[in-house]
Write a protein that binds this ligand. Structure first.
Ligand SMILES: NC(=O)c1ccc[n+]([C@@H]2O[C@H](COP(=O)([O-])OP(=O)(O)OC[C@H]3O[C@@H](n4cnc5c(N)ncnc54)[C@H](O)[C@@H]3O)[C@@H](O)[C@H]2O)c1
Length: 326
């Protein structure tokens, strides 16, 4: 059996294929990305194919003969990046989501995991899966949120197709604020990688905003484990069902900064004061994934310490391809 992981050079995609290598379910693991990476681990069961998923012909080629697709390619950025370049999220993600889903269905892929996002929800205290289509995505995540919703709609359109036209079964996963090794640490990065870079480079670290927004920070390793747990239970899950992938914890940015302070006791952290740093609260309800026995959490402090230790030893935190500067 063959599995394809899109976005395989990214943070979550890498965590997924590394775990798949430790499990013998799939004989062949195909990883694809527009970015390249050190391919020391390739060979044997693991193969890397570089390419652009905006190209439908490439998507058709890469999904041929594949049993399972984990579609983890995507574009991410801080609220500032969303404000300045929302169109890039929207136009690129719409194009490649449609291509990857269509090509997978045409090639008769059996199982498909679509990576959606917390960004599809309308702002509220606790985001449960059933609220996905209540209200609109936040203005702070407007175009990325709609783009992820359109991907979900594409999945639901195929659920309504006759079985001879679509043999593919889907699940949808909606991660919260993910962090971990191989995150985007460049300009426009999200809060955790941005604080890691600043903490490694300066004695006085400025923190955007006043520390009050509440977030759900989830470790990439946990997101990968939860995704693979769902995949192992695929036959028991309803076709098209959606699962939140959160940490089960709510933390203010000030809590996060306290964790950094414990790891870097000699640094001084200073908040810039009230500026628009996104929605007041973004936390996922994780009851549904707990209910199917697929939940996993490492806890904020130890996951953060592991990520910082990785970043401290990593020579280059940059990427070859970045949609915001290409
Ligand atoms: N990181 C988060 O906080 C978060 C939150 C919610 C949802 N998600 C979703 O989870 C998935 C994985 O996220 P991640 O954090 O690993 O992101 P990432 O940016 O680390 O990885 C995504 C990968 O997709 C690749 N990619 C982008 N455009 C491409 C194209 N045209 N062709 C081929 N590859 C392309 C990028 O090169 C990158 O390696 C994405 O769909 C993302 O939207 C992430």
């Amino acid at each position: 059996m063959k599995v394809l992981i899109t976005g395989g050079a990214g943070m979550i995609g890498r965590a997924i294929w590394k775990k798949l290598l430790l499990d013998n379910t799939y004989v062949d693991i195909i990883v694809t990305d527009i970015n390249s990476f050190n391919q020391d681990q390739c060979g044997g069961r693991l193969k890397f194919v570089q390419g652009d998923l905006r190209d439908l012909e490439f998507c058709k080629k890469i999904t041929a003969g594949v049993d399972t697709v984990i579609h983890a390619a995507g574009i991410k950025g801080s609220p500032d990046t969303v404000r300045e370049s929302g169109y890039l999220f929207f136009l690129n993600m719409n194009r490649f989501n449609q291509n990857v889903i269509d090509a997978s269905v045409q090639n008769g892929v059996s199982k498909f995991v679509y990576f959606s996002s917390i960004g599809i929800y309308s702002p509220c205290e606790l985001m449960t899966e059933d609220l996905a289509w209540e209200g609109m995505p936040s203005k702070n995540d407007w175009l990325p949120g709609w783009s992820k919703r359109i991907g979900e709609l594409t999945v639901s359109a195929y659920l309504g197709a006759p079985s001879e036209k679509c043999k593919t079964k889907f699940i949808i996963v909606r991660p919260a604020n993910v962090f971990g090794p191989y995150d985007n640490f460049e300009q426009g990065a999200m809060v955790v990688p941005s604080l890691i870079v600043k903490s490694l480079q300066s004695d006085i670290v400025t923190v955007h905003g006043d520390g009050t927004p509440i977030r759900d920070f989830v470790y990439s390793e946990d997101v990968a484990s939860m995704t693979l747990n769902l995949l192992h239970n695929f036959s028991k899950l309803e076709n098209g069902s959606a699962f939140n992938l959160g940490s089960g914890e709510r933390h203010t940015i000030a809590d996060l900064v306290s964790c950094f302070q414990r790891i870097f006791p000699a640094k001084t952290y200073k908040f810039t004061g009230s500026v628009n740093s996104g929605d007041r609260c973004r936390v996922l309800d994780v009851s549904k994934i707990k209910g199917v026995g697929c939940f996993q959490s490492s806890g904020l402090h130890s996951a953060l310490a592991a990520t910082i230790s990785w970043a401290t030893n990593e020579k280059s935190l940059g990427r070859d391809y970045n949609v915001f500067r290409s």
